[in-house]
Design a protein around this ligand. Structure first.
Ligand SMILES: [Zn+2]
Ligand SMILES: [Zn+2]
Length: 330
């Protein structure tokens, strides 16, 4: 690779892109990973440690639903050895680019059932019988044991905010690990060990969160957009209303009236707001000033990008729900 790079003309980047197979980094550099969203970067850090460099496209506070790629970010993608994203239906701004000829060979869509190029030789397999992974491995057509274990299925379709569900987060981490292991200069054994450590700590955290959320079972959660469902379903929480079904648009008057009615009928309502979206819609619905409001961030804006960041992200979601309880209200 290095020799070829040396013969490139001054417009090296363009030429490298034209050659396609030439990786953009020199052999003594770490593989360069780009994540579409911060929670995906957290999963990369959990499994790859310091073997790679990783950056995220969508900045804190922006919405991936309406994001527009900037020219500098197009170059960031061009310099990547691997690009991880959720897939079509989530990051609309990447769909045409990452499924096109320039990027599809180094892009991996992490949604259940999404095709992962270069991932067809053998799937990543856990040594234990973690149901969620087995289910995701074989696709949504299986009636998974995981669905039996906690009463919901992890199939594709529906809410694309898959990283909120820890079982799907683990599945994403497995796909990321397997893909990174194929890059040059990677110590695959260490990646496997990191993944095993991540799985064990995630299971511990999940059990602890399940315990913590016991007193929150009777809450009627109202969310800004349909992003919280994966977490709520995983932990058996109730979403009583969603303000806007499509976050690109303002909610219609009729839908607002319906949500308001449900809000008034709810025994223990709580409004979950997100930093990405306008809070004024909630304020127009707030007939009762006593309704608790709690902010959560689907893009993990306040979480340090470290190997344990995804666990802290999961905890931040639980904490947002727990702030709805009268004894914890802000
Ligand atoms: Zn969203
Ligand atoms: Zn789940």
């Amino acid at each position: 690779m290095k020799q070829i790079t040396n013969f490139l003309p001054i417009a090296g980047l363009t030429a490298a892109l034209a050659l396609g197979a030439v990786t953009a980094h020199a052999t003594d550099e770490k593989p360069n990973i780009v994540a579409s969203l911060a929670p995906i970067e957290l999963l990369v850090r959990a499994v790859a440690g310091d073997q790679v460099t990783v950056s995220t496209l969508v900045p804190a506070g922006a919405s991936p639903h309406t994001y527009q790629l900037r020219p500098s970010e197009r170059r960031q993608l061009a310099a990547a050895d691997r690009i991880f994203w959720v897939g079509p239906g989530m990051e609309n701004f990447l769909e045409r680019l990452l499924t096109g000829p320039d990027f599809r060979d180094r892009s991996v869509a992490l949604a259940p059932g999404a095709d992962a190029p270069g991932d067809d030789d053998h799937g990543y397999h856990h040594e234990d019988d973690h149901d969620s992974h087995a289910e995701a491995e074989h696709g949504p057509e299986h009636d998974s044991a995981d669905a039996h274990a906690h009463g919901h299925d992890h199939g594709d379709g529906g809410d694309p905010h898959i990283w909120l569900d820890p079982a799907l987060g683990l599945d994403m981490a497995g796909k990321i690990a397997h893909s990174i292991e194929q890059l040059e200069g990677i110590d695959a054994k260490e990646i496997d060990e990191n993944l095993a450590t991540f799985e064990a700590s995630l299971k511990d955290r999940e059990a602890s969160i399940r315990q913590q959320l016991q007193p929150a079972k009777d809450l009627d959660l109202f969310t800004y957009h349909g992003a919280f469902r994966r977490f709520a379903e995983h932990y058996g929480l109730t979403i009583a209303g969603v303000l806007t079904l499509s976050p690109e648009r303002s909610p219609g008057a009729r839908h607002l009236a319906e949500v308001q009615e449900r809000l008034q009928q709810a025994d223990q309502p709580c409004l979950l707001t997100e930093p990405q979206f306008n809070r004024q819609w909630w304020e127009s619905l707030m007939t009762d000033a006593d309704i608790p409001v709690s902010t959560w961030d689907p893009l993990a804006g306040d979480i340090e990008p470290t190997a344990t960041g995804y666990l802290e992200f999961q905890q931040s979601l639980a904490d947002a729900v727990l702030r709805c309880l009268p004894e914890n209200a802000e």
